[in-house]
Design a protein around this ligand. Structure first.
Ligand code: ZN
Length: 73
């Protein structure tokens, strides 16, 4: 978990997030003419091949880059 040293924020940060791995992929279209489609990903519980990566750049509230990480597993 992350915490801003300057304002104590532990809720919201600006950074980079990436998730990738094997998934079931559905195409969801609102109408039959396929003009409004989006992707839906379903990740199975047994998926051990799913990787997530988070990189915190700065605090959302005070813009500080002095962020500490705690309770690291
Ligand atoms: Zn802050």
């Amino acid at each position: 978990m992350y915490k801003c040293i300057d304002c104590g924020n532990t809720e919201k940060f600006i950074g980079f997030a990436e998730e990738k791995g094997n998934a079931y992929i559905y195409q969801d279209c609102i109408n039959k003419s396929n003009t409004n489609c989006s992707w839906i990903y379903i990740i199975s519980d047994s998926n051990s091949n799913w990787k997530s990566n988070i990189n915190i750049y700065r605090c959302f509230y005070c813009n500080s880059t002095r962020i500490i990480e705690f309770n690291k597993k």
